[in-house]
Write a protein that binds this ligand. Sequence first.
Ligand SMILES: Cc1ncc(COP(=O)(O)O)c(C=O)c1O
Length: 508
Amino acid sequence: MILQEHSTKKNDQLLHEANQAFKNYFLNDSDESITAYRQVISKVAESIANQIKEQKQPYCGISPASLKEEIAAMELFPETGSSLNEVLDRTKKLVIESNISVYHPHCLAHLHCPTFIASLAAEMIISAFNQSMDSWDQAPAATMIEQALCDKLCKLYGFGPNADATFTGGGTMSNFMGLLLARDHYSKKHFNWNIQKKGLPPEANKFRILCAENSHFTIAQSASILGLGQNAVVKINKNVFEEDVIALENTINELKEQGLLPIAYVTTAGTTDFGTIGSIDILADCAHKHGLWIHVDAAYGGALILSEKHKHKLNGIEKADSVTVDFHKLFYQPISCGVFIVKDRSSFEFIRLHADYLNPESNEELGILDLVYKSIQTTRRFDALKPFIALQHIGKKKFGEMLDHTIELAEEVSSMIEHDPQFELAYLTPINAVVFRYLPNSTNEKERAAINNTIKTKLLLSGKAIIGQTTVNDKAFLKFTLLNPMTRLTDVVELLDEIKQIGKQLEQ
Ligand SMILES: Cc1ncc(COP(=O)(O)O)c(C=O)c1O
């Protein structure tokens, strides 16, 4: 009654009009909204399809300066908006037409994958329903699906019933979580010290994280964010192709003799540049013998578990205390999509917090699963839906064959490069990265580096190819990451010829 007295007819009318005006911008049950949604989705799908169909090279070649100019000329947050059609037309020109096409066979610089159609369908569902994975009441079925997939992944990698996992934004976050749990586990075990409550223990400046020379930079980044400092990271040997267990053993002993506290070893299953994989089995045994947590960074190589031919390269992964696997690399999922696995789910206690509004303890008593307790993110996308849909559609056998094909291609390309006097192969890859360099007549290393770097830049700025670069023993090398299963040998041969041509021109 009282509410009615306050609400005049005029107010009602104004509120109604405002609601109607706002409604035009949202997905809702009105016929207008549903029609607009259908129209916009098909318009965007059409633009994408046309671009993919017409795109002859992986980049249109527009320069950084022109891109900057075009963006600077735009009114990014105007006082009043324009029609969505107009905005989408501008976006088509600026974004869709100037994309780096991950579908093109000459896009092979990074661990940057083409994506399955099935996963693109999943992305539409993810964004339209906007489920958030922190609490069950924001994502009931999604929570159950993510948990079921996590359980399945733990099994797939050979872990026992105590293992658990969580989806993450990618390898950076998963590596960070591995080292966070390693640090907190060590402090609890050796000093009965709760870092979550008390901050770092007095001994923390002696903590050391060990890894090989070729480990990902996020190990040092994690050490820094964890308050241990980058200097806490000790590289066990200088060889970029190998993880040497004797070097690991010696380093652990040396550090202990100096009164330092090695807490964890990170082994990489698929190094970013070379795809190398350490002998996880032996490294894990050595780390455990000395009481270290072993984290396997399988961001790149983790997908090999689905290949009958190559899964043996991950032998021993089940001995890990924690594992990073990225779905947005060799599992061909749209960014972002990563997983962090932990051998003993009780380790998640180190990050568990309760918020009355989100995951009160009473929910646990009722058997309601709020996944926030396993994550360092609160609001989180339902990225698990992408592999959930894609893996059901493709199946293990076909997926494994795709991986096998990319590895075979990399082996063939490596062999061709090895037998061509104009190229030098750095290493025979166990996955699908091929690191090589063009060999000009000059034997001056500075000139060789300049020529290889210029080849890479010329290809990028002409839009013809996106290839990688790295250094091996301080020498500049080029890199093909052949993770696209649609790439044919002729595509790569064509690119190698182009590289030779540019190299020769630069020598003149
Ligand atoms: C071995 C390895 N670990 C971690 C990462 C970081 O992963 P992300 O880029 O998904 O954060 C990468 C990225 O390439 C990687 O190659």
